[in-house]
Structures are given as structure tokens and as C-alpha cells.
Design a protein around this ligand. Structure first.
Ligand SMILES: NC(=O)c1ccc[n+]([C@@H]2O[C@H](COP(=O)([O-])OP(=O)(O)OC[C@H]3O[C@@H](n4cnc5c(N)ncnc54)[C@H](O)[C@@H]3O)[C@@H](O)[C@H]2O)c1
Length: 270
């Protein structure tokens, strides 16, 4: 996600510093960006010279201090609150008061991340979608203390890289999008688990009945059964709302290693 956000920002003309913890991870990121630009060029959607110029606007580093002068920082590390809080604590210390500090978290309350800083008013959620260059949505999340100015600047950035924003006014677990997909996935898995319908029929119902591009069980396989188990489990833990309680079969699938596409087996074989 981090490299995808760097890619669209560089293409929009921003000077970008891409930071990861190892050179190997950075190389994976920049290789992905280059391959993606190449595909856009091959399709005629991007001039080769513009792709080269965008690539040249991205510098890489393992040193977090290198982002000290940034106007806006988007964090996209693992979905672990301790790791994110640690990074925001450092960002709060090394950046100036005018820097917007954004998180790409899918489900962790922004208020909890912001609480690690002395300036929670400049922390905001900018939840992009995968693959970032293709997906047009950015969900902006207002933490308990996020200022109007911070939200406006996050919106300006997201729109400048071609995204349409939706605003989450109250920092509920899972925001709007992860809550919606979690509720759908949990119900789809329950219907499957209890034998009400086959995986294929549940997905076909959503595709042909509601015009979804992909059914919820195929989506779960694509995203990872473990990832959605974690996401729904977090929302359930925060909200205590039964509709987000992860069905047992998701835990057993994860125990058994059936994680979806990445393991070769989920609700479907691959
Ligand atoms: N994958 C998706 O579809 C998706 C969609 C929307 C939001 N998100 C969110 O985006 C974030 C990243 O997800 P991802 O799928 O790209 O994860 P990922 O595991 O693919 O990438 C995480 C990257 O963070 C790096 N990292 C770990 N610790 C770091 C640190 N201290 N400083 C800098 N880099 C560090 C890792 O080396 C890795 O390259 C998560 O919060 C996730 O919930 C993911």
C-alpha cells in the first residue's frame, strides 16, 4: 500500500520519500512502482517520459528522519497498533507543527494512534484501497481531536492524486468501508457454514442480485481469510456488536492454513 500511495503521489507531481525498514523491502516497493508505470505506458495511459519523471521524484530511505521536512506523511506499516504508535510518536517529534500525519490503517481507531502524539489534531486517517493506482476511493477518518484544517489538507492531497473522498465523521472501529465488508463477509460465511447455500451460490447472489463485482467469499479469499478474521475480530472487540463476531469456521480455516488465494485454498481451491 505504501508503494502504491508513493506511486500516485509522484505521478501527481509530489516529491516523495519512500521509507521502509530494509533495503530489500524498498527494492520490492520501487520494483512494483516501476512495473506498474510500465503497464500504464504499454496501455497508452501514461507517457514514458512522464513515468520516468515520476520515478525520479521518488527517493528511498530506511531512515525515518528523512521525512522530517515533509508537508504530509502517510504511514502504511503492518496493521499493529504498537508499531503505528511508535512511528507516530517519532513523527510527532521530528516533523514541524504544520505537517499532517496520516495513517492508512483499515480498522485501528485514529484516536488511538493519535494518542501517541502531543498533537492529535494533526493526525488523520487516509484509507486508500488496493491496488492504489486503480482504486478511486479514499476514506478520510476524523479522529476525536483531528482539526478541520488537517481533514481539509488530507482531502486536498487525496483529491490531487485522483481519489474521491468519503468522510468518516466519528472514529468508529472499522470506519465505514471495513464495517460494511465485515458485516457482509460474516453473514456470507455464516450462511456457508450452516449449509444454507454453497460458496458459489452465495457469491453469485451478490454478483447478479446486487451488481457486486466480486462475491464476499471470493473477496475473503483474495484479501486473506486471516486478514478478514483479524479485521472483523477487532471490530467485534471494539463494538461488542454480535453481527461482527467472526464465525468459528474462519478461525479453523486459519488454524489449518487455508488462508485463501495466497495459500492455494480458501472457500475455493486455487
Ligand atoms: N493490503 C490492502 O488491501 C490494504 C488496503 C487498505 C489499507 N491497508 C492498510 O495499509 C497498511 C499496510 O498494509 P499492506 O497490505 O501494505 O501491508 P504489507 O505487510 O504489505 O506492507 C507493510 C510494509 O511496512 C513495512 N514496515 C514494517 N514496519 C515498518 C516501520 N517501522 N517503518 C516503515 N516500514 C515498516 C514492511 O517492511 C512492509 O514493507 C495496514 O495498516 C493495512 O491495514 C491495506
Amino acid at each position: 500500500m505504501g508503494s502504491g500511495i508513493a506511486q500516485v503521489a509522484a505521478q501527481a507531481g509530489y516529491e516523495v520519500v519512500l521509507r521502509d525498514v530494509t533495503d530489500e523491502a524498498l527494492a520490492r516497493g520501487t520494483d512494483g512502482i516501476k512495473a506498474s508505470y510500465d503497464r500504464f505506458v504499454a496501455k497508452g495511459a501514461l507517457e514514458a517520459a512522464d513515468a520516468a519523471a515520476a520515478l525520479a521524484r521518488i527517493s528511498t530511505t530506511t531512515d525515518l528522519e528523512a521525512v522530517a521536512d515533509a508537508d504530509l506523511v502517510v504511514e502504511a506499516v503492518f496493521e499493529k497498533i504498537e508499531v503505528k504508535q511508535d512511528i507516530f510518536r517519532t513523527l510527532d517529534r521530528i516533523t514541524g507543527p504544520g505537517t499532517v500525519l496520516a495513517s492508512n490503517t483499515s480498522a485501528i481507531p485514529i484516536t488511538k494512534i493519535a494518542a501517541a502524539t502531543e498533537h492529535p489534531e494533526r493526525v488523520v486517517g487516509t484509507h486508500f484501497f488496493s491496488p492504489v493506482p486503480m482504486m478511486r476511493l479514499c476514506e478520510l477518518v476524523r479522529g476525536y481531536k483531528t482539526s478541520d484544517d488537517t481533514l481539509a489538507r488530507a482531502r486536498e492531497f487525496a483529491e490531487s492524486v485522483g481519489k474521491t473522498c468519503v468522510v468518516v465523521n466519528r472514529d468508529v472501529a472499522g470506519f465505514v468501508t471495513t464495517r460494511l465488508i465485515s458485516a457482509l463477509v460474516v453473514e456470507a460465511v455464516k450462511l456457508y457454514e450452516s449449509g444454507v447455500a454453497s460458496a458459489e451460490d452465495i457469491d453469485t447472489a451478490c454478483k447478479l442480485g446486487f451488481g457486486h463485482a466480486m462475491g464476499p467469499l471470493a473477496t475473503t479469499d483474495l484479501t486473506g481469510v486471516d486478514i478478514l478474521l483479524h479485521a472483523t475480530g477487532n471490530i467485534y472487540a471494539e463494538s461488542q456488536d454480535e453481527k461482527f463476531a467472526p464465525p468459528e469456521i474462519m478461525r479453523r480455516m486459519v488454524d489449518a492454513g487455508d488462508l485463501g488465494r495466497k495459500s492455494g485454498q480458501g472457500f475455493y481451491p486455487y
